[in-house]
Each structure stands twice: as structure tokens, then as C-alpha cells.
Design a protein around this ligand. Structure first.
Ligand SMILES: Cc1ncc(COP(=O)(O)O)c(C=O)c1O
Length: 384
């Protein structure tokens, strides 16, 4: 029996294990040691952000961002319904209300026109998601945020290294949250970071991350003892996680190049399917560069997608889908509300399927392409 081709495989690409050993030798396993510092500095240049704080997940970074926006009961936050649950949970945990809007049919990112019509007196922030690593239309969103005095946050979980009009994801808003979960480009098992671009938020961000204490100021010698000064939680990762992450960050250019090559290879091989009108391929938004995070197909119906997934599975290839729209999920109905109908979200959620994409995919991509071409177009390569 042939080996299964999974849709993701965590990678070890360089010095991860060496750095973990070194971290153990150095004797500090708790957070904010040497490797946390190295990662934060490295992420500063990879995101273009003014300050980067390592967290234990993107979920944690989003929760911190929600606290830093001072969200509370009565406040509304506009976000896409087509996203991971953490974007919304961060808001709900503060007692505020997610207002779900539709996405653009080509980029699959939040639609600024939908955002503009969803703004009310209660709106306090816009949470934009850079889906599949392609940045949302940040200029249009920044204009709206400025006009209405709103916070603008990037959920950049998937977008490390991507650019928008020559600027890096993470530098396009007030704050941005990144993920290093094992399904992302740069990984540490679980892991994340909060990038902050507004100076007045930086000190409070450190405090929230350190259980509501001014411990960071104490270690910098700015106060003579540390104490409980604000609300907070424990959002920092330990040094072993940071050590693994640093090994990955050093290899970031190679990882991005390899993933972009996989993306391009899928694109080249599957483009003939577009003529059948049964398949739509990913779209790169104008003036943006992606990071090869994901390769997806949009099929023509839910039935076609179910059949495709089953056929691929029969060939031992795993092709998952996502997301169940948040506005129609049980918790989404309970804690949030949809702004009008969200037809694009509904359609994309029923027709999107992801192909295997990971650093070590190697020649297995040939198998995935051949089987996909066969299943979707009855045209194995070499027949035309
Ligand atoms: C858009 C988006 N936001 C947030 C998250 C949460 O990331 P983490 O698992 O690091 O908490 C993910 C993870 O898949 C995501 O894709």
C-alpha cells in the first residue's frame, strides 16, 4: 500500500535541535531568555513592526490585541466570517460582539465595502485576516479606521513574510498577530507573536503578557520591584519553544522560497483546469506578494468538493477544507451577528479545498498533481 500524503508535515530545517540543547545548557527554561530575545529581534525585521512580543500562540496574540483595544460589553468588532475561531473568540472573551461581514470573491479577504456599511456608533475595531497569506486591502481598511477612529488589527496568522504594496504584513495596522502553529510556514509546534506599531500600546502590551505585572520594566531596571499593575495573563512561551522557533526563523528565506516553488508548480500544472469552468485557482491580489502558505482550489459545488476529497483520499492524499462560516456556527450565532447575507462566504466555505503544502513535499507533488488532474479533468499529464 502506498504511503499517505498528508496535507501538512511539520519540518526541521536547520539548527532547531541544536538550539534547544543550548537553551537547556543555558539553564533558563522559562520565557523571555536569550532565544525569546533573538526571535523577537528577528521578527522585527520580518514583519517591519516597531515591537514584537513572542506569545504561546496566535490566539494569545489576538487576545492581547483585544485587551489593548480596551474592548468591552457594548463594543462591536468587524471581521470576516470566513476565518478561524480565534479571531472571534478574542473579541467574545472581552464581552464585545463580533460583527461578521462578507469577503471578496477573488482574494477571499474581508470586503472593505462590506466593512464600511457595517460600521455603527458601537464599532471599535476592524480585525482583518490575511487569508492564505495574501494581505487584505489594507489601504481601504486603514482609511475607514482613520475616518471612524477605529483600531485596525491584522490577523496575520498565515502571512509571515507576505507584502502589500512593498510593505510587510505586520506593519500595516495598529497590531498584528502571527502564528507558529505546526501548520504554518515557520513553526514551533504551538507559538505566536504580537507585532505592535503604536508606541503608546507597547508598555501595556508587556504588562498584559506578563500576568498584569510590570516585570519587564523591573528586569530593565526601570522600577525597583515588580507588582500587579493591570489585568493580564500568561501569554509568553518558554525558551525551548523559542529555541526551536529561532532555528526556523534563521531558515525563513529558504522555507518561503521552497513553499513558493510548490505554489508555482501547482499553479502551472493546474491552470489548464480553469478552462473547464469547474475549478478556480488562487488569486494574487494586486501589488501583493504571498508566502506560499496555502494552495487551494475552488470547485463548482459542495457535491464536486465532496467527490474530489473522497477520490483524493482513495489515492491516499489528504485534502481538507475549511472554514465553517463563523456567523452560522452555534457560538457565532450566540455571541456575534452577521451584517446582512454573506453569500460569498457561504459559497467559498462549501467549495474550497486545500492541497498538500509543506516544506518536505518533494516529488510527492507530482502524485498530487497527476491525481488531481485525473480526478478533475480526466486528463492525466502527457495526454494533451
Ligand atoms: C486566521 C487564523 N487566525 C488565528 C489562528 C490561530 O493560531 P494559533 O493556532 O497559533 O493560535 C489561525 C490558525 O490556524 C488562523 O489561521
Amino acid at each position: 500500500m502506498k504511503n499517505t500524503i498528508p496535507f501538512n508535515k511539520p519540518s526541521i530545517v536547520g539548527n532547531e535541535i541544536k538550539y534547544i540543547r543550548d537553551a537547556v545548557r543555558q539553564g533558563q527554561l522559562a520565557g523571555d531568555g536569550v532565544y525569546t530575545d533573538k526571535c523577537s529581534k528577528h521578527l522585527g525585521s520580518l514583519t517591519g513592526a516597531k515591537k514584537v512580543l513572542l506569545t504561546h500562540s496566535c490566539t494569545a496574540a489576538l487576545e492581547m490585541a483585544a485587551m489593548l483595544c480596551d474592548l468591552g460589553p457594548g463594543d462591536e468588532v468587524i471581521m470576516p466570517s470566513f476565518t478561524f475561531v480565534s479571531t472571534a473568540n478574542a473579541v467574545v472573551l472581552r464581552g464585545a460582539t463580533p460583527v461578521f461581514v462578507d469577503i471578496q470573491p477573488d482574494t477571499l479577504n474581508i470586503d472593505p465595502i462590506a466593512v464600511s456599511t457595517a460600521i455603527t456608533q458601537k464599532t471599535k475595531a476592524i480585525f482583518a485576516v490575511h487569508y492564505a497569506g495574501f494581505p487584505a486591502d489594507m489601504d481601504a481598511l486603514a482609511d475607514l479606521a482613520k475616518k471612524h477612529g477605529l483600531f485596525l488589527i491584522e490577523d496575520a496568522a498565515q502571512a509571515l513574510g507576505s507584502t502589500y504594496k512593498g510593505r510587510l504584513a505586520g506593519s500595516l495596522s495598529d497590531m498584528a498577530a502571527f502564528s507558529f502553529h505546526e501548520t504554518k510556514n515557520i513553526i514551533s509546534g504551538e507559538g505566536g507573536a504580537l507585532a505592535i506599531n503604536r508606541s503608546e500600546l507597547m508598555e501595556r502590551a508587556e504588562i498584559i503578557r506578563e500576568k498584569g505585572t510590570n516585570r519587564s520594566q523591573f528586569f530593565r531596571g526601570q522600577v525597583d520591584k515588580y507588582t500587579w499593575v493591570d489585568v493580564g495573563s500568561s501569554y509568553l512561551p518558554g525558551e525551548l519553544i523559542a529555541a526551536y522557533l529561532y532555528g526556523q526563523l534563521e531558515a525563513e528565506p529558504a522555507i518561503r522560497t521552497r513553499r513558493l516553488a510548490v505554489f508555482d508548480a501547482y499553479m502551472d500544472a493546474l491552470t489548464p483546469l480553469v478552462a473547464t469552468n469547474k475549478v478556480t485557482l488562487p488569486y494574487t491580489p494586486l501589488n501583493c506578494t504571498g508566502n506560499g502558505h496555502m494552495f487551494y482550489l475552488l470547485l463548482d459545488s459542495l457535491e464536486s468538493r465532496s467527490a474530489f476529497i473522497a477520490e483524493m483520499k482513495a489515492h491516499n492524499i489528504i485534502t481538507p477544507f475549511h472554514y465553517v462560516p463563523l456567523h452560522s456556527a452555534p457560538a457565532g450565532k450566540r455571541f456575534g451577528r452577521a451584517h446582512g447575507d454573506l453569500p460569498v462566504t457561504q459559497r467559498i466555505s462549501e467549495t474550497l479545498v486545500r492541497l498538500p503544502m509543506y516544506f518536505d513535499l518533494g516529488s510527492d507533488i507530482e502524485t498530487v498533481i497527476d491525481v488531481a488532474l485525473n480526478v478533475l479533468g480526466n486528463t492525466p499529464r502527457g495526454w494533451t
